[in-house]
Ligand binder design. Structure first.
Ligand SMILES: Cc1ncc(COP(=O)(O)O)c(C=O)c1O
Length: 460
C-alpha cells in the first residue's frame, strides 16, 4: 500500500469517527505491535495468524499512524506543504523557496558563514587540491592537513589540549558517549539534552538518570546517592539548549562535577560561534578555563555553516577516541576536504570578526524585547540565537506557522514528540543578518494572526 492510499484510508476512518485518533505512540506499549517480547516462546511452531499486521506491515506501525494523522490533519486544513521543499541559493536571514522570498527564522546558519565567499573559496580550493573525498578513514590514508589545522585552532579557542574532527555532528556526539560509557558507569543528563546524546546513552550499558532542566540541587542529590556505586560518572549538558535557547550555569556544574569526581561533557552545537563577548561559546561567555570542561563537543552545521562534528579535551581522551571509538573515526570515513576547509575558514572568520556574533546577540535581544512587549511568551531564552514563542497547543502552532508561511515568514512549529505537548512552540533562529524590519514584521504578523486563530479542538 502506498503512502497516499494508506493516508486516505486513515482519513476515511477519522472522518467516520468524526475525530482524529489519539496518536497511537502514546498507547503503543499496550498494543501487541509494539512489544519486543516474542509472541510465544513456548509454542515453537510457526503460525502466520500469530503475527499481527503491526509487526510486519509498515502502514500498521503505530509511529506511521501518528505521522498519517498529522498529514490528514494538515490536508483537511488545506495547509500548504512546507516540509522538504528545496530552496534556491543560500539560506540565512532570507531564503528563496520555489521563487518566493521568505524572511527566514528556520536556519541555524547563525553567522551566515555557509555562503561567505571566503568559506566557499576555501572549500573550492580544497576540492581542487584533494578532490571530493579522501579515499579512506583518517588513520589509514584519509588524513589531510586540514583536519589537524582545524583541530589545532579549535583547541586554541577552547583552551583544550587536543581535538578530533569527525564527519557528522549527530554521530560524533552519539558515538563519543557510546564509546566512553560502559556497563559499570553512570550518566546523569539534563532532561532537555539533544536526541544525539540520548542515542549515545542508549548505545551504552551504563545506568542513566535525567535530572530536571538546570536543577543543580537534583544533580547534586543524584551524585550524593549514586556516585560511589559506579566507576566513571558522566554529566551531559548543553551550552545553549536547542529548543529553549537558555544557557545553563556552567561554572556551578563544574563545581559540582569537581566535588564528585565526575566528568562533564558540554554540547556546544548552538553556543559555539554565538554566545560570549567574542562569540566563542561557553568558555568565552563564562570566562572559563577550558580544562574545566572534560569533553567539549560541537557541531559544524550551525554557526560554522557546514557539516561535521568535533570533540576536544585532554590528550588521553582524544587519543582513545581517535584510536578506538567506532563512528568517531574508526570504521568510518574521514571528513571531506570541502567540509574540513569550510570549517577551518569559518573558525578563522569567527575569531577575526566577533562583530558577527555580537550583531546576532543584539538581534536576539531586540526580538525577545519586541515579542515580550507584544505579550508573547519567549520562555527561558536569553543571550542565544534560539528564541521560542510558546503556543502550548499543537493545532494553534501549526495553524500559525502556516499563516506565517503564507505571509512569507519561515518558522517551524516544534511539537510532540520533539517537545512535550503542553510546551509546543514556534522556534525562531536569529541570524546575524536579520534586520529590525524583518523581526518587526514577524512579530506584528504573529500578533495579528493570533487574534483570529481558530479554537483548538485538542486533536493532538
Ligand atoms: C544540541 C545539538 N547537538 C547535536 C546536534 C547534532 O548536530 P548536526 O545537526 O550537525 O548533526 C544538534 C542538531 O541539531 C543539536 O541541536
Amino acid at each position: 500500500m502506498n503512502i497516499r492510499s494508506s493516508i486516505d484510508k486513515l482519513r476515511e476512518s477519522l472522518l467516520t469517527n468524526n475525530k482524529a485518533t489519539k496518536p497511537v505512540s502514546e498507547t503503543a506499549s499496550a498494543t501487541a505491535g509494539d512489544s519486543t517480547t516474542p509472541a510465544s516462546e513456548s509454542n515453537s511452531r510457526f503460525s502466520p495468524d500469530a503475527v499481527p499486521p503491526a509487526w510486519h506491515q509498515f502502514e500498521h506501525f503505530p509511529e506511521y499512524k501518528e505521522y498519517a494523522t498529522m498529514i490528514w490533519y494538515c490536508d483537511s486544513q488545506k495547509y500548504p506543504k512546507n516540509l522538504f521543499q528545496p530552496h534556491l541559493g543560500s539560506s540565512d536571514a532570507t531564503v528563496n523557496i520555489h521563487g518566493k522570498e521568505f524572511i527566514n527564522f528556520s536556519t541555524y546558519n547563525y553567522l551566515a558563514l555557509g555562503q561567505d565567499d571566503r568559506v566557499k573559496k576555501a572549500a573550492i580550493d580544497a576540492v581542487e587540491t584533494y578532490g571530493v573525498g579522501t579515499g579512506s578513514g583518517r588513520s589509514i590514508t584519509g588524513e589531510i592537513s586540514l583536519h589537524s589545522e582545524f583541530e589545532r585552532e579549535i583547541c586554541e579557542v577552547l583552551g583544550a589540549e587536543d581535538a578530533v574532527l569527525s564527519v557528522g555532528g549527530y554521530s560524533t556526539n552519539a558515538f563519543t558517549i557510546g564509546y566512553l560509557c560502559r556497563n559499570q558507569d553512570l550518566i546523569l543528563y539534563d532532561e532537555l539534552i539533544h536526541n544525539s546524546a540520548l542515542t549515545g546513552c542508549k548505545m551504552t550499558g551504563a545506568r542513566r538518570f535525567s535530572f530536571p532542566h538546570n536543577d543543580y540541587d537534583a544533580l547534586s542529590k543524584l551524585l550524593e546517592t549514586h556516585r560511589n556505586k559506579f566507576e566513571r560518572v558522566f554529566i551531559l549538558v548543553e551550552g545553549v539548549y536547542s529548543m529553549d535557547g537558555d544557557i545553563p550555569d556552567i561554572p556551578k556544574i563544574i563545581e559540582i562535577k569537581n566535588k564528585y569526581k565526575a566528568l562533564l561533557m558540554l554540547d556546544e552545537a548552538h553556543s559555539m560561534g554565538v554566545i560570549g563577548p567574542n562569540g566563542l561559546g561557553a568558555v568565552d561567555y563564562f570566562g572559563l578555563d577550558g580544562r574545566d570542561v572534560d569533553i567539549h563537543y560541537g557541531s559544524l552545521s550551525k554557526a560554522f555553516g557546514t557539516c561535521g562534528g568535533y570533540v576536544a579535551g585532554p590528550k588521553p581522551l582524544i587519543a582513545i577516541l581517535k584510536q578506538y571509538a567506532p563512528g568517531v573515526l574508526l570504521y568510518g570515513a574521514s571528513p571531506t576536504p570541502a567540509n574540513s576547509a569550510a570549517a577551518l575558514e569559518a573558525l578563522r572568520i569567527m575569531r577575526r570578526e566577533p562583530e558577527r556574533a555580537r550583531r546576532l546577540q543584539e538581534n536576539a535581544a531586540y526580538f525577545i524585547a519586541k515579542a515580550k512587549s507584544n505579550g508573547l511568551d519567549t520562555f527561558n531564552s536569553h543571550d542565544s540565537g534560539v528564541v521560542p514563542i510558546m503556543m502550548r497547543d499543537s493545532e494553534v502552532a501549526l495553524w500559525l506557522s502556516m499563516r506565517l508561511w503564507d505571509a512569507g515568514i519561515c518558522s517551524y512549529p516544534m511539537m510532540y514528540p520533539i517537545v512535550p505537548r503542553d510546551k509546543t512552540r514556534l522556534r525562531f533562529f536569529i541570524n546575524t543578518n536579520h534586520t529590525h524590519e524583518q523581526m518587526d514584521s514577524a512579530i506584528s504578523t504573529i500578533v495579528a494572526e493570533l487574534k483570529r486563530a481558530p479554537k483548538s479542538k485538542g486533536l493532538f
